[in-house]
Design a binder for this molecule. Structure first.
Ligand SMILES: *Cc1c(COP(=O)(O)O)cnc(C)c1O
Length: 492
């Protein structure tokens, strides 16, 4: 594995004068690549690698072989839904008919607008909300858009006193961040021991300065918020709106609808729940839905179906404005459409139920070895609080085996680590979300490895604490990386 290409930047493979092309000499004198007019020639040093084609091919192929993704192995990352993304989605979104210049007149992209409109309407049906926009680029962007809807709603009523957004302390980090970016003051509400919102802590926070409350349900611990009708009533009674973080809608699909629970505004991550490969900053889509009476606030442009069955783009004058270019990351929308149609209305609820079954199966099989802080049925994901004390996980002991150690050791066995140290409610959070697309064989394999790691931690603590041992790069010094960051390549 450690060949000449391994672990090098393409710049380190560069040799002066080496090229990956050959061009015939131009027949027009003065215009060959080698004879550019003086005034057009670059004066400074060019910072580009000089490599032959085969070196470039090997460089990228070796890099891609070091990648870990859902297509290479099990990826049980909590709060992220790394489900399998069927390849038919890729084929469909690569169809030439969908690859149009964004300024193409609407009469030539009627099919694309139909896809947009149907995804919009399907999401409304799934979530119980009146209307969606598919314009936001990602979950966090959807949150910002949704919060702008809430802000516009209050402003258009002439109520400018609502400056606060309430966010549970178990929330995904993007929630308080989006509220702050939208210009709100973030007020934290505590969780009870079972991870759900503490209604008694919420009550005194409510008043005429509250614009709304953001919630994730099931919350980031995978627990369904049973008090949601009461919470929604309290927030509505004080004049605020309820925001639903639907980034991980998996367990809800076809089972339960945010609109029916009293939520007014929500976002969905198409790239998590509706199968687009994601992570690493790739394209996403964070559609925002609103209840009846808030539709006019959604961002422009909006896709409308006309009475004659054709589609058009419209801009509403009371809309909060535009939040993206054209119709956003359209190929993610096509993938969601393909995924929804291939599952079909009858099978969508199976995705949610299976994801819940798989999570509970892993949880119950591993609780003998890992500390389970919250009892009872979880939804699509759950959180362990590190290893049990008898396996070296007692965090009062300074040399205990940590969640980080377990996560690193998992890499030796070829699994991606779960989400660690989130949510912040426990010392050693280890958050597992298997998704519905994994077979029982994979789940059993993962369970066996997790048990084995616990036994290793008990019997050979040092070995686990120095893992990984079989990955191309061993344990990194996180502290050094933070204290002495290097952002540039030394030879440039
Ligand atoms: C992933 C996630 C987000 C943010 O989505 P991005 O597309 O990464 O911006 C927000 N909330 C929750 C609960 C999430 O899991």
């Amino acid at each position: 594995m450690n060949n000449v290409y391994y672990g090098k930047l393409v710049f380190e493979l560069s040799k002066p004068g080496r090229v990956g092309y050959s061009l015939p000499k131009s027949e027009i004198s003065g215009y060959s690549l080698n004879e550019l007019p003086e005034a057009l020639q670059r004066q400074g040093k060019t910072i580009l690698p000089e490599c032959d084609e085969l070196t470039v091919v090997r460089h990228y192929t070796n890099m891609s072989n070091n990648n870990f993704g859902v297509d290479t192995g099990f990826y049980p990352l909590g709060s992220c839904t790394m489900k399998y993304n069927p390849k038919i989605n890729e084929e469909l979104c690569a169809l030439p008919a969908f690859n149009r210049h964004p300024s193409t007149p609407v009469e030539f992209v009627q099919g694309s607008l139909k896809v947009y409109d149907e995804v919009q309407k399907t999401l409304s049906e799934i979530s119980g909300l009146s209307r969606f926009t598919l314009n936001p680029y990602a979950g966090a962007h959807g949150e910002l858009t949704g919060l702008m809807v809430i802000k516009s709603y209050h402003q258009q009523r002439g109520d400018n006193a609502r400056t606060k957004i309430i966010v549970p302390n178990s929330a995904h980090g993007t929630n308080p961040a989006s509220a702050a970016v939208a210009g709100f003051k973030v007020v934290e509400v505590k969780s009870l021991a079972d991870g759900t919102v503490d209604v008694e802590d919420l009550k005194p926070l409510l008043g005429p300065d509250v614009a709304g409350m953001m919630m994730t349900n099931p919350n980031t611990l995978g627990i369904f918020e049973r008090n949601i009708p009461e919470i929604a009533r309290l927030v509505h009674d004080c004049g605020g709106l309820m925001y639903y973080d639907g980034a991980n809608l998996n367990p809800m699909l076809g089972v339960c609808r945010p609109g029916d629970m009293g939520f007014d505004v929500m976002h969905i991550n198409l790239h998590k729940t509706f199968s687009t490969p994601h992570g690493g900053g790739g394209p996403g889509s964070g559609p925002v839905g609103v209840r009846k009476g808030l539709e006019h606030l959604l961002p422009n442009p909006q896709v409308e179906k006309l009475a004659d069955g054709s589609y058009t783009l419209q801009c509403g004058k009371n809309s909060l404005g535009s939040i993206s270019t054209f119709l956003s990351n359209f190929t993610v929308i096509i993938r969601a459409y393909a995924y929804l149609l291939s599952l079909g209305k009858e099978n969508v609820p199976m995705a949610g139920k299976l994801s819940v079954l798989n999570a509970n199966y892993i949880k119950e099989c591993l609780r003998s070895h890992y500390e389970l802080p919250i009892e009872g049925l979880c939804k699509h994901e759950f959180v362990f609080d590190g290893l049990r004390p008898e396996f070296g996980g007692d965090h009062h002991d300074d040399s205990h085996v940590t969640t980080l150690d377990v996560a690193k050791r998992l890499l030796d066995y070829g699994f991606h680590a779960p989400t660690i140290y989130f949510p912040l409610l426990f010392h050693e959070a280890l958050m597992i979300e298997p998704t519905e697309t994994e077979s029982k064989d994979t789940l059993d394999d993962f369970i066996a490895v997790m048990k084995r790691i616990a036994e290793e931690a008990r019997d050979d603590r040092e070995m686990v604490k120095t893992a990984p041992h079989h990955t191309p790069i061993r344990r990194l010094d996180d502290v050094k990386a933070v204290r002495e960051p290097k952002f540039t390549f030394k030879n440039l």
